[in-house]
Design a protein around this ligand. Structure first.
Ligand SMILES: Nc1ncnc2c1ncn2[C@@H]1O[C@H](COP(=O)(O)OP(=O)(O)OP(=O)(O)O)[C@@H](O)[C@H]1O
Ligand SMILES: [Mg+2]
Ligand SMILES: [Zn+2]
Length: 509
């Protein structure tokens, strides 16, 4: 006796079809699973057997072979359990095979026969729709996530018994309807820039960063508010588009960090990995890879606090996601890809003691100590950071100033206008931001007024700037001019942009 039922497995961020074939032959009772299963899949045998018995169903005492196809793909996890149980029942002719045409089944079985959710349901459901299934049977607890996919009928089951009754027609179940959760971009009661007193220069720089999508490095003594500022970055970035929302939700679903029944994520992520993080933790890893912090930050902000404390190798692996906006992880049998388009906000003290260059406390470090500390950031990473922002301590006057500071909403309106100008400038690009300009672009789109040209020339010679620093200054000046709606870059724009290269000057002097 033979049956074939379809399930789905995660493959990076994608749901791919796995055909579960069941063959039941006479012979000594046995249950074997083939088709590159890992241990977690092999353990399905015990769960399926126990769940069926506890659901009052007969587990056949014959030779059962389950084949998971395609065979070349490694299978992990418990998501095939329900499919295996239903496959056995179809092979036994207890469920009509026709009921499972065009239907995919995903769910883990508990020993008592209840059906449990599996991670990555949104991706699995998208995969089901893409591969032409009209119906997906899942655990009730993952039903809301699956139902986010339009044009796919989702049937939620609490238990194996319920699934069997549904498929034998004795228990009608209605397709799940999404309980639309209101967009949460308003951030009622959330963090806001208005809570940050003073610091006008720092706020201005972060507005530029948000406008042109420029990565930033905050440099300042302890307690100057670097962490506080970084946390509020997502509040001045535009709301996620529907497509971004879907992608962000998929990543978090696959990583297993999505709360139950939250629906689509509407807020831009803010991730703060600790400096002791491993390479795998940052970019993703595992036998069957899962997304790392750079992907969990996709669509939002990756905040690396105390940047020089991160291991060199960790900072090295940041290069690919920063350059390609995605991570590729190779395994012998397949290559996995996760998106990782994030805004990098890094923070550091200016020296080991933290007070170099501040008028608050004297710095106790020796010049070689300071040089060694700052040189940990050499090369490729620094090359990807357009803005270096000095963050001094807030002044007493600013703390006691009764005038309320500007809210994130007000700043966001300016950011949105500047982003619109960029979208009009690069109409065919999916990510039309000044930070993404190539050297060819900067030649085309960064026309300088004569005075601006003269100033840049002078600064270049005087400060000993590199060609890379020159490119960064042009991009940032472009964004500053956009914030003023100026087609040509003026002297003031260049002058401001030069201020955001403090570290080059320190490192190169
Ligand atoms: N401009 C400011 N307005 C209001 N409060 C501030 C400001 N700057 C700092 N603070 C207060 O100081 C605290 C410390 O700030 P924060 O932790 O962001 O500093 P930091 O620069 O990240 O310090 P560290 O280098 O120690 O990590 C904040 O929780 C906040 O209460
Ligand atoms: Mg901090
Ligand atoms: Zn110091």
């Amino acid at each position: 006796m033979y049956a074939q039922v379809n399930s789905l497995a995660l493959y990076g961020l994608h749901g791919t079809v796995v055909q579960v074939e069941i063959d039941i032959a006479s012979g000594l009772p046995a249950f074997e699973i083939v088709g590159l299963p890992d241990n977690s899949v092999r353990e399905a045998k015990d769960r399926v057997r126990a769940a069926m018995r506890n659901a009052g169903l007969e587990f056949p005492l014959r030779r059962i072979t389950a084949n998971l196809a395609p065979a070349h793909l490694r299978k992990e996890g418990s998501g095939f359990d329900l499919c295996l149980a239903l496959g056995i029942l179809v092979a036994e002719e207890q469920i009509p095979a026709v009921r499972l045409h065009g239907v995919a089944v995903v769910g883990e079985l508990a020993l008592d026969g209840s059906v449990r959710p599996v991670r990555g349901m949104l991706s699995l459901a998208l995969g089901a729709k893409e591969h032409g299934f009209h119906t997906l049977i899942v655990a009730a607890k993952s039903a809301q996530e699956a139902a986010l996919v339009e044009g796919l009928q989702v049937i939620a089951v609490e238990s194996l018994t319920e699934a069997v009754r549904y498929l034998t027609g004795t228990y009608p179940l209605q397709p799940v309807v999404v309980e639309r959760i209101a967009s949460t971009t308003a951030r009622a009661g959330g963090e806001d820039f208005s809570e940050i007193k003073g610091q006008p220069h720092v706020k201005r720089a972060l507005e530029i960063a948000a406008s042109g999508n420029h990565n930033v490095l905050l440099i300042g003594p302890p307690g100057s508010g670097k962490t506080m500022l970084a946390k509020r970055m997502p509040t001045i970035l535009p709301p996620l588009t529907t497509r971004e929302s879907l992608e962000v939700t998929q990543v978090h679903s696959v990583a297993g960090t999505l709360a139950e029944d939250v629906g689509l994520l509407h807020d831009r992520p803010f991730r703060t990995p600790h400096h002791t993080i491993s390479n795998g933790g940052l970019i993703g890893g595992g036998q069957i890879p899962r997304p790392g912090e750079v992907s969990l930050a996709h669509g939002g902000v990756l905040f690396l606090d105390e940047l020089p404390e991160f291991k060199k190798s960790v900072l090295e692996v940041l290069r690919q996601p920063l350059e390609d906006a995605q991570v590729t992880i190779s395994r012998t049998q397949a290559t996995y890809m996760f998106p990782s388009r994030f805004l990098l906000v890094a923070a550091m003290n200016p020296c080991p003691c933290g007070f170099y260059g501040s008028n608050y406390k004297p710095c106790t470090c020796t010049p070689p100590q300071i040089a060694r500390y700052q040189s940990k950031l050499s090369g490729p990473l620094l090359d990807r950071i357009d803005l270096h922002i000095d963050v001094p301590r807030v002044t007493y006057q600013d703390i006691v100033n009764p005038v309320p500071d500007e809210s994130s909403q007000v700043i966001l309106q300016r950011v949105l206008r500047a982003r619109q100008i960029q979208a009009d400038r690069f109409p065919d690009r999916p990510f039309p931001y000044n930070a993404n300009m190539t050297p060819v672009d900067t030649r085309h789109f960064c026309a300088l007024a004569p005075a601006a040209h003269a100033l840049l020339h002078e600064a270049f010679d005087l400060l000993g700037l590199s060609a890379r620093a020159y490119e960064r200054i042009l991009k940032v000046a472009r964004t500053i001019a956009d914030l003023q709606d100026c087609p040509t870059i003026g002297e003031m724009h260049i002058a401001e942009a030069i201020q955001y290269r403090t570290l080059d000057r320190k490192l190169e002097s």
